[in-house]
Design a protein around this ligand. Structure first.
Ligand code: GTR
Length: 407
């Protein structure tokens, strides 16, 4: 489908709950051939790989896995960061065996530690230097569409409200982050920049219809960050939580689904193509997201524009792919664009898979009232009052939830 074909199928935007169409969700515990998943062994060895392959080929696209040449270089280490509370490291993660293509991982670990620490890992929107007011963080090079965005990058600490580094350090967590543009710049250039061309076969000029878009590339980058964290003795790689807000929340969920090394997954306001059920067609739809962000998903996903019922999966099964590892889904009351109820219901409908593992999940037919988190099961959830953002309130809940599993 060309872009105009996608637009022709695009239905009017719906913000009216009474106009959400009737839909039937695919059952995560029924195989494509109709067999029921009887136990965790059947889930792990048969149904999970089947679902993963469907998400891969129809939505996010296949990524190349860990390249042989991946290697790391600690560029700086400073034990006196954040008023001596933390050690800061900057690490070049080279994607191949050359040293031309890399991302810069910024890592803080608490100085008050007796052992390797649990870490939150997430991509940032505007550059590593924007996450806090630390004058020694190397500014990331801005990679936006030519002519768009501030030409000289964002000021230091521009995104500090989204990254409560001191609070995490005080609670015994490390924080690791990478600028999304280091992996793949967030605009449609036919996949010429970013990591995609590094893995083209001879003569290939763009990903095949079932190969990775930008979100899968970001998720792949999170796994490469994990490759480094596994080598850092200050970090307990068995206790890494992957987190993301909005489009980066979609990437965090996909990273957590693909890569079982992530011990816990946090989705904040991830919406369409993230935690929200596609079949509800509430606010942002498959048609709309593919028209505005044609580079995010694989080309096969465009087939489902206006035809969500034909999807062989829905987003509750993305949550289920994380089972039995804990997952937290956060919504914001005024963030209707991300479909609060659709995000909540995805957690509810992933629950049978958690129950198969003997765990509790998430329950109910309506999201809980604002600012009343649910944390009794392995699927945590809250609606924060306010709009599309990630705030200290959100992070406090994630830490509280993570304390149950990573401490
Ligand atoms: C919006 C997009 C959403 C969400 C958001 C964001 O424009 O429609 O899916 O990802 O951007 O990343 O802030």
């Amino acid at each position: 489908l060309g872009v105009s074909g996608v637009r022709a199928q695009e239905p009017a935007m719906n913000y009216d709950e009474s106009r959400v169409p009737a839909y039937t969700l695919p059952d995560p515990l029924t195989m494509s051939d109709g067999r029921r998943v009887a136990d965790t062994e059947g889930w792990m060895s048969e149904r999970r790989p089947e679902l993963l392959a469907l998400f891969e080929s129809q939505i996010y696209g296949k990524a190349p896995g860990r390249p042989e040449g991946v290697h790391f270089e600690v560029l700086s280490e400073d034990r006196y960061a954040l008023s001596n509370m933390a050690t800061r490291k900057e690490i070049a993660v080279y994607f191949t065996d050359d040293e031309e293509h890399f991302m810069t991982l910024l890592l803080y670990v608490p100085n008050k530690r007796t052992d390797a620490v649990p870490v939150f890992l997430g991509l940032n929107f505007k550059g590593n230097h924007t996450i806090c007011d630390d004058p020694l963080v190397t500014p990331s090079t801005l990679r936006t569409e030519p002519g768009k965005g501030p030409s000289e990058g964002f000021p230091r600490a521009a995104a500090a409200s989204r990254w409560p580094v001191e609070m995490l350090i005080a609670n015994g967590y490390g924080l690791a982050t990478v600028y999304r543009g280091d992996i793949d710049p967030d605009y449609d250039d036919g996949f010429q920049n970013g990591v995609h061309p590094l893995f083209y076969r001879d003569g290939q000029t763009r990903p095949a219809p079932d190969e990775w878009g930008t979100i899968a590339a970001w998720a792949w980058g999170l796994s490469r960050a994990m490759d480094y964290l596994e080598t850092d003795e200050d970090v307990d790689a068995g206790r890494v939580a992957v987190i993301g807000h909005s489009r980066l929340g979609k990437a965090a969920l996909w990273a957590g689904a693909v890569d079982t090394r992530f011990a816990l997954v946090v989705s904040n306001d991830s919406g369409c193509g993230g935690a929200a059920l596609a079949r509800r067609r509430y606010a942002e739809t498959v048609a709309r997201i593919n028209r505005l962000f044609p580079h995010w998903f694989c080309d096969n996903y465009k087939r489902y524009a206006g035809d969500e019922d034909a999807l062989p999966v829905d987003q509750h099964e993305l949550i289920a792919l994380i089972a039995p590892r804990p997952v937290y889904i956060a919504s914001a009351a005024e963030d209707k664009w991300a479909d609060v109820k659709g995000e909540f219901l995805a957690g509810v409908h992933a629950t049978p898979v958690y129950e198969l593992f003997g765990s509790e999940g998430l329950y109910g037919t309506e999201p809980p009232p604002a600012d009343e988190p649910c944390m009794s099961g392995r699927i945590g959830y809250h609606v924060r009052s306010g709009g599309h953002d990630i705030t200290l309130y959100d992070w406090r809940q994630f830490v509280k939830f993570a304390d149950n599993y990573l401490k």
